[in-house]
Write a protein that binds this ligand. Structure first.
Ligand SMILES: N[C@@H](CCC(=O)N[C@@H](CS)C(=O)NCC(=O)O)C(=O)O
Length: 340
């Protein structure tokens, strides 16, 4: 007769083997199609925006490129799928995209009930308000009775209601799913205020206000929430979750060690620092642990640079400073667990 333990171990083994069978699915699918499918926004300058020839740029896009470089050895092997606020989670759940890299805030409900896993934070943000200067409003506390432009299915929508309730104020939401239509409505004066992540406000003010009119709008000083933005994957694929998480950490770690797109090759061949040798695969093991080539992070850094380079290329043009997104060793909270 089988002991209780043998049965328990056999049951655990079945669970483990079926789990590991499905665990490699996303990476296998990416490798066999030769392309990473990345869900991005429909167009938010600094994060993900296509140019007239369909070339995507932005911080969220650079994360997709880094992932493709780490998994496939080329940052060009990415297909970008633009997704609205409402489409994004369904697209990920249904398998239409491998990863969602789209200014998406980490929250408990999204991380559990939606069947998704947040991987790491690529941008610590918070929600703010933008108003026309002509309104002469100086603080969000003066917005009682305002009409507020907002996209559905966002944390912004939920925080807005909480904030107004907590401050005993009322508002009328103008909810529009299409970003283009929402922006058009706001800049045509249909709303007194526009609310979303502070980064989104800066981007919208700069890129989407009518030509020459950016200065007619101001961003109010209040930040009413925490919005930790980062890539999201589906539940049930630990290897892919690990890869996305550690590629981001690896880019942050590279910044901490002073590894850049221009010196990474030299660092890989001549650095004596054991931390750098491990990260760059000169001392093998980390790539193997992730199920990737040992050059995983070298390829990612060559393609997009370290986290600081990604930041500098995309965010300062929006007029934003690094703030919380500075490295922990530099007064911020951007921090990678050890690569070892
Ligand atoms: N971080 C918030 C808001 C993110 C969000 O989607 N913001 C809008 C307004 S800036 C946006 O990016 N829209 C882009 C689009 O619809 O393509 C969330 O995850 O819910």
């Amino acid at each position: 007769m089988k002991s209780k333990w043998t049965t328990a171990i056999a049951a655990a083994a079945i669970v483990f083997s079926s789990y590991s069978a499905s665990a490699a699915k996303t990476v296998e699918a990416i490798k066999s199609r030769g392309e990473l499918i990345c869900g991005v926004s429909t167009g938010l300058g600094g994060f993900s925006l296509p140019d007239s020839r369909g070339k995507w740029t932005g911080l969220d896009v650079d994360i997709c490129k880094a992932l493709a470089a780490a998994i496939l050895g080329s940052s060009y092997k990415v297909k970008y799928i633009p997704l609205s606020t409402q489409q994004r989670f369904t697209a990920l759940q249904s398998g239409e995209v491998d990863v969602l890299s789209r200014n998406t805030s980490w929250s408990l409900t999204r991380d559990t009930a939606l069947g998704l896993n947040f991987t790491a934070v690529t941008y610590y943000d918070g929600q703010g308000f933008m108003v026309p200067k002509a309104l002469e409003v100086k603080s969000a506390k003066e917005l009682d009775g305002a009409t507020v432009c907002i996209q559905p299915g966002t944390t912004s929508e939920l925080n807005l209601a909480d904030y107004f309730r907590a401050n005993s104020m009322t508002f009328t939401p103008v909810v529009i799913e299409s970003l283009q239509e929402l922006n058009a409505a706001f800049f045509a004066g249909r709303c007194d205020a526009y609310t979303t992540d502070a980064s989104g406000l800066a981007s919208t003010r700069l890129n989407d206000a009518p030509k020459g009119k950016s200065d007619d709008y101001i961003i109010l000083p209040e930040i009413i929430s925490k919005e930790p933005l980062g890539p999201v994957v589906r539940h049930g694929d630990d290897q892919f979750l690990d890869i996305v998480k550690w590629v981001i950490f690896g880019l942050v770690e590279a910044e901490e060690f002073g590894i850049t797109s221009s010196n990474v090759r030299e660092m890989a061949s001549s650095s004596k620092n054991p931390n750098i040798k491990r990260l760059l695969g000169t001392n093998p093991g980390m790539g193997r642990n992730l199920g990737l080539d040992e050059a995983w992070i070298v390829n990612a850094i060559l393609a997009v640079g370290n986290y600081g380079e990604i930041w500098e290329r995309n965010i300062p043009p929006l007029g934003l400073s690094r703030g919380l997104n500075k490295l922990w060793s530099n007064g911020g909270i951007m921090y990678s667990p050890p690569v070892r």
